[in-house]
Unconditional design. Structure first.
Length: 392
């Protein structure tokens, strides 16, 4: 991004936003008028000149009494909005009109996230055979820019379909390549976290689900992998979609592996211990996955609410301190939750909780209570608690 405070900063991957000097100049409520639609169109076709007739169609101006005058008025308003405070600045520098054609001026002072994203992906691909660590770093930087699909607030505009597909395909390609490089480097946790970030954006992408599961299998977290498989399957079914074949095969393999490594008698012993407990239970991943399956079936039969909650501590914490922080938080969880709840610690700062007979509002209160119990000395590490939940 340009250092000049007058640089026009344009975000299109996810929530559309235009800033200048760090101050937003596009509407915050996303109810964009036609002048901003015009800007989105020009950015989408950056590098091309659009005829007046094309713009009329893209902005639905054909039915106006005078489409040409309506377009001229929109261009005037948009140029005025984009213009900086410098009275000597050319108000026409961002939008060029010549011979009845319109285009965005690529020689103007601007930064565009989708353009930067594409450039970083290209650089990362060029480094794959040279330095995998450099390629990973570039992919991570690129993927951090992809906060949602291109112009996601205009899903039905046919003029944006090609660009949406182009950037989504590029995003998935970068995800696949980065995940593979991370796994080859033994960065299994990072590979899993990358997939999880991607699935928040494209939750029904089969390849990302498979990569996420494979990253957990690589790090021998089969119980968590099985839980995630069940959640992925539920997600597809809730959207009236069949569970993809390759994903289903992977789930069956996980189930068979866990049954083989944990005989049914051992499962039953763990379940009995769980049901006899007086408070929340601290469980390993394999036992947690079995308890989760049991409670999921009970929930379906009895229509009682329950949630699987992912809890991740985040902060600027030295690696050698995370173990101590994680143990403190583990004790906080066990002291704060109720009988029948189940807690699983699967990483130094990563936890799963199975909370039964609660609502999403109850969980919000629980999260606030957990944050309130953070020790004062955690402030210097800027520790926060990220969470996401899935109804079972």
């Amino acid at each position: 991004m340009g250092a000049d405070k007058n640089t026009l900063q344009i975000s299109t991957l996810g929530r559309f936003e235009v800033k200048r000097g760090g101050k937003r100049i596009s509407p915050e409520d996303q109810r964009l008028g036609k002048r901003w639609r015009l800007f989105q169109v020009l950015i989408t076709f950056k590098g091309q000149s659009l005829s007046s007739d094309q713009v009329f169609k893209y902005l639905s101006l054909e039915e106006s009494v005078n489409p040409a005058e309506a377009l001229k008025s929109l261009v005037f308003q948009l140029r005025k909005t984009l213009k900086g405070k410098n009275p000597d600045e050319n108000c026409e520098k961002y939008i060029i009109c010549s011979g009845g054609n319109y285009r965005f001026n690529e020689d103007s002072d601007y930064w565009l996230d989708s353009e930067d994203f594409e450039t970083l992906c290209k650089k990362a691909r060029s480094k794959v055979q040279v330095s995998s660590s450099e390629a990973i770093a570039l992919y991570q930087k690129a993927l951090s820019l992809y906060r949602g699909n291109f112009l996601e607030e205009v899903p039905n505009s046919y003029w944006a379909i090609y660009a949406k597909k182009h950037f989504r395909d590029l995003f998935l390609e970068a995800m696949l390549e980065a995940n593979e490089l991370m796994r080859q480097a033994g960065m299994h946790k990072e590979a899993w976290e990358l997939c999880e970030t991607g699935l928040r954006i494209v939750p029904l992408e089969e390849k990302l689900h498979i990569m996420s599961l494979q990253s957990l299998v690589d790090s021998n977290k089969l119980g968590l992998a099985l839980i995630q498989y069940e959640e992925a399957s539920s997600l597809f079914r809730e959207n009236d979609l069949a569970v993809p074949g390759d994903l289903k095969k992977m789930g069956e393999a996980l189930k068979n592996s866990l049954i083989r490594d944990n005989p049914s008698q051992e499962f039953m012993r763990k379940l009995k211990n769980y049901e006899k407990g007086d408070g929340p239970v601290l469980s390993g991943l394999e036992a947690f996955s079995v308890i989760y399956q049991v409670e999921k079936n009970r929930s379906e039969r009895r229509n009682k609410p329950g949630f699987l909650v992912y809890l991740d501590l985040r902060g600027h914490v030295p690696p050698e301190v995370w173990e101590s922080v994680g143990k403190q938080f583990e004790q906080t969880l066990l002291a704060s939750l109720r009988k029948g709840d189940v807690v699983c610690k699967w990483g130094p700062q990563n936890f799963l909780a199975l909370l039964l007979n609660v609502t999403s509002e109850d969980i919000e209160r629980i999260i606030r209570r957990l944050r309130a119990k953070f020790p004062p000395d955690w402030e210097k590490f800027e520790i926060d608690l990220e969470n996401r939940l899935q109804k079972i």
